[in-house]
Design a protein around this ligand. Structure first.
Ligand SMILES: *Cc1c(COP(=O)(O)O)cnc(C)c1O
Length: 456
């Protein structure tokens, strides 16, 4: 009988993160200010601790994971690698399907891998409080969890509509001791200015980011934390792929094709970069690595590769990435974590260079795949994750036609226990497929400043 689970012992948790910046064919284009000047570490120091800024620009291949961080990781890591034997049977495919399950962390996704690390580095530098924003609450709950271990306070600005309509993650944040504030709020100048114009503003991620950054820069011993996109976040997530490589050795197998869902790119980069390293080195030239995104927010498949702000309020530096424009407001699909206008610069660069591919799906087909998966394998996955479940199932069905015995992998980034209303809408036939609003995106792109980086 085929094995279903590939487990590592606690001592086998990797002790170093993998930094793909060491192996890029050409270096990353640096983040710049609107005048084109490169951003310096000093520019970032009011917002982030030096430990994280150093990781952001490091080109060292391996970065040691602090003991204190490993100690918290041990609560739920190593996570299992599964062989989806029941799904294979249900699909009658000759392909082998594997998935790495990050839903076993207490907040239920991959996000604590970086939340815990970020809380640690801030604590080390005497920071007493972290601020952040959250949409549906996945990142806010992960940071609330991470800060709880290092005695840090945590203030989460949560988009007003989600705060009112999706209370459960807010309650989790409170369980872990964080303060969760509906945004726009009266706490910040920016929030007050929005409320003066519109007391009933539903809020947006852009507003919440601005509030969280303003709070951090106007208070002592307070810094800001971001849950995806940045190099140091992707670095922390490589713990997933490094474990996964050891587990594929146990399985005596290696993926032919890897899928992952992409919002800002952190979970997919984390799972795939240690394998992408083999491809960049020439050891696995045929490895296919495919990012999966929503057709309603098709950053990698439809966006241009250019400098843009990371946030709607233009408070962040300009990052070189695929983008739909910082002012682009994607349609309200249920995979809230995939509604980001841009993508991680590291992932964007590898897509640009043809190392990683991208595909996009509609939400109805994605939920259909998630339900097929739940009925075969038991796990109810997050709507975000469902995008790569769809891709994996499609690939397995192609193998059925050609008879290929491919090894298919997908990054199972989290559970959908707080997204059951979305499944409910799917079962009730109420899910809408949004076409890519090309006109809106065109308008948003017109507002992106054309910056020419100054060479220094
Ligand atoms: C936040 C989230 C994502 C998207 O974020 P990435 O940075 O692209 O990984 C995907 N899946 C789950 C379960 C999430 O919570």
């Amino acid at each position: 009988m085929d094995r279903v689970k590939f487990l590592l012992d606690e001592e086998e948790i990797p002790k170093k993160w993998y930094n793909i910046q060491a192996d890029l064919p050409t270096p990353l284009d640096p983040p710049v200010k609107p005048n084109g000047e490169p951003v310096t570490p000093e520019d970032l120091s009011p917002i982030f601790p030096m430990g994280l800024i150093k990781q952001e620009v490091s080109r060292e291949r391996w970065i040691r994971i602090p003991e204190e961080v490993l100690d918290v990781y041990r609560l739920w890591r190593p996570t299992p690698l599964y062989r989806a034997t029941r799904l294979e049977k249900a699909l009658k495919t000759p392909a082998k399907i594997y998935y790495k399950w990050e839903g076993v962390s207490p907040p239920g996704s991959h996000k604590p891998n970086t939340a815990v690390a970020q809380a640690y580095y801030n604590m080390k530098e005497g920071v007493e409080r972290l601020t952040t924003e959250t949409g549906a609450g996945q990142w806010g709950s992960a940071l609330a969890f991470g800060t709880a271990f290092f005695g840090l306070k945590c203030t989460v600005y949560m988009v007003r509509v989600s705060y009112d309509q999706k209370p459960y993650r807010r309650i989790m944040m409170q369980c872990w001791g964080a303060e969760c504030i509906p945004s726009p709020s009266k706490r910040t100048k920016f929030g007050r200015s929005i409320l003066e114009k519109d007391p009933d503003s539903p809020g947006s991620l852009g507003i919440a980011i601005s509030e969280a950054i303003e709070d951090a820069v106007t208070h002592d011993n307070t810094k800001y934390s971001l849950g995806s996109v940045l190099n140091h976040v992707l670095l922390h997530q490589t713990i997933v792929g490094l474990e996964c490589k050891k587990q594929f050795e146990l399985a005596d197998d290696y993926p032919d094709v890897m899928f992952g869902c992409v919002g800002g790119g952190s979970n997919f980069a984390g799972a795939s970069f240690p394998f992408v390293a083999d491809k960049l080195r020439g050891d696995k030239p045929d490895l296919k690595v495919v990012a999966c995104e929503p057709k309603a927010c098709p950053t990698l498949t439809k966006g241009p590769y250019m400098y843009d702000h990371g946030d709607a309020a233009k408070m962040t530096p300009l990052l070189m990435m695929y983008t739909l424009g910082h002012g682009f407001v994607p349609p309200p699909i249920h995979a809230g974590g995939l509604r980001y206008h841009g993508d991680a610069p590291l992932l964007s660069k590898l897509v640009k260079e043809g190392v990683i591919d991208a595909v996009a799906y509609h939400q109805t087909e994605v939920f259909k795949a998630a339900v097929t998966f739940a009925r075969a394998e038991g796990f109810v996955v997050a709507p975000e994750t469902a995008h790569c479940v769809k891709a994996a199932i499609d690939e397995a069905l192609r193998c059925k036609e050609t008879g290929e015995e491919k090894t298919i992998f997908f990054a199972n980034s989290g559970h959908g226990h707080f997204d059951l209303a979305a499944y409910d809408a799917y079962f009730a036939g109420k899910l809408v497929d949004y076409e890519y609003p090309a006109e809106l995106a065109k308008k948003a792109l017109e507002k992106v400043p054309r910056v020419k980086p100054k060479v220094v």
